[in-house]
Ligand binder design. Structure first.
Ligand SMILES: [Zn+2]
Length: 419
């Protein structure tokens, strides 16, 4: 069988594995609370809070979707015309067109162009956040964060680009197999490494100070049978008023992180509800499952790119002879951008199901639906969310159930528990 034949077999195998894992490990059968309960919850929210959240979300919308469209158009312009391959060539020229210069510098230049065209929209978004009082870091802080994230992406991107094109040179016929394995390993590695190496670039983390709240959180984790090494507090107040908490890392790097804004805004019972939700993620290995599906998805993407990349018309559009050349990187980026936009609603749906399960875990673990509901109200009001967002936007991009869904879930739990 030819390498192409094996690639088809590998792609089929990876796709089946992804579908099976998603079918088995994503809690699909978790219907949202009845719409009537959601509407009742919506009526209970202060009208001006709902109006302000909707106004804020409406203010962000034009910039967000224009940025999405512009980003897509630029990716297509670079990838499906010879423009991108010429840019890669141009950047590699001072180095005699050496493959490594084309691969790393050319690749980063293409990514930078794509980033720069959406930069005005990011700045516009920051101005909206500032106007609504959600951002606290000012323009200099915003710029520093932006440069830091460019630097982090450049380092990871350079390693990935060099590795990818080095493999292509070493194994011209089977690079897709090594590339798929490498992409999967990279995703797993980043899941371990990012929390430890990259998050401290943006925030300072300190262990939560000793006291009744910390004792309660640690004992709740022990009761839940979830190995959590520490509860860390991030100094998020430097840049935002928004409140949040999350669990990151796998195994020995796993930790629960709460924003310092959460500790100043919320009552201890509400913080407990949030951490109980995060413990739910840990207990169900949501990070591990996310990493695994991410790794399989990345491997499948490399194989799919190899197969698509031997399609003549596509190569002619991009003005390249083979998808294996660094000059074809803009074509790969265009394909990945389109795939990302198509996959977004599927990823959002899976995320919402997993989040609803963590909510159910939090309710069962704390047995405190009142604190859970007041926490949801607070999250919605501090983060200026639309408690009941437009359906199309919810379906395309909502990573969490809406505020009214989560409030209704708490009420349903209270009803069940009261029986
Ligand atoms: Zn969550």
């Amino acid at each position: 069988m030819t390498p192409r034949g094996w690639a088809l077999v590998a792609l089929a195998g990876l796709t089946v594995a992804l579908v099976v894992i998603a079918a088995l490990l994503i809690p699909w059968h978790r219907p949202p609370a009845p719409r009537a309960d959601q509407l009742a919850a919506l009526r209970d929210l202060p009208a001006e809070q709902v109006a302000k959240g909707r106004e804020f979300r409406a203010a962000l919308r034009p910039g967000s979707y224009t940025a999405l469209a512009v980003g897509l158009l630029v990716a297509l312009a670079l990838g499906l015309t010879p423009l991108g391959s010429r840019l890669v060539e141009l950047v590699g020229r001072p180095f005699g067109g050496h493959w490594a210069a084309q691969a790393v510098l050319g690749g980063l230049a293409v990514v930078l162009v794509a980033d720069l065209v959406t930069l005005p929209f990011a700045a516009w978004r920051q101005s909206v956040l500032t106007r609504y009082g959600l951002s606290t870091n000012g323009w200099s802080g915003w710029a520093v964060d932006l440069l830091k994230s460019y630097a982090v992406s450049a380092v990871i991107g350079a390693v990935a680009l060099f590795g990818f094109y080095a493999v292509i040179r070493l194994a011209p016929r089977w690079w897709w197999a090594f590339g798929a394995g490498g992409a999967a390993v990279l995703v797993i590695l980043l899941s371990f490494v990012l929390p430890v190496l990259v998050e401290p670039v943006f925030n300072r983390f300190t262990p939560m100070e000793q006291g009744p709240l910390r004792t309660e959180l640690m004992s709740m984790a022990a009761r839940d049978g979830v190995p959590v090494r520490d509860v860390l507090v991030a100094d998020a107040s430097r840049r935002t008023k928004a409140v949040n908490a999350y669990v990151s890392g796998l195994g020995p790097t796993r930790r629960v992180v709460v924003y310092d804004t959460l500790l100043t805004e919320a009552t201890p019972a509400e913080v407990t509800a949030v951490v109980a939700h995060e413990l739910g993620h840990a207990k169900d290995s949501d990070v591990a499952v996310g990493t695994l599906t991410g790794a399989l998805g990345a491997a499948a993407a490399v194989v799919a790119l190899y197969l698509l990349g031997s399609w003549g018309p596509l190569l002619r559009l991009a003005g390249v002879d083979s998808v294996a050349q660094p000059r074809a990187f803009p074509l790969l980026l265009a394909l990945v951008t389109v795939a990302g936009l198509v996959a977004a609603p599927v990823q959002a749906l899976m995320s919402r199901r997993v989040e609803a399960r963590a909510d159910a875990h939090a309710l069962a673990l704390t047995g405190d639906p009142e604190a859970f509901e007041s926490m949801q109200r607070r999250l919605g009001s501090v983060n200026l969310g639309d408690p009941d967002p437009p359906r199309w936007e919810y379906l395309y991009s909502a990573s969490h159930p809406s505020t009214v869904e989560r409030m209704a879930a708490a009420r349903a739990y209270a009803r069940e528990a009261g029986r």
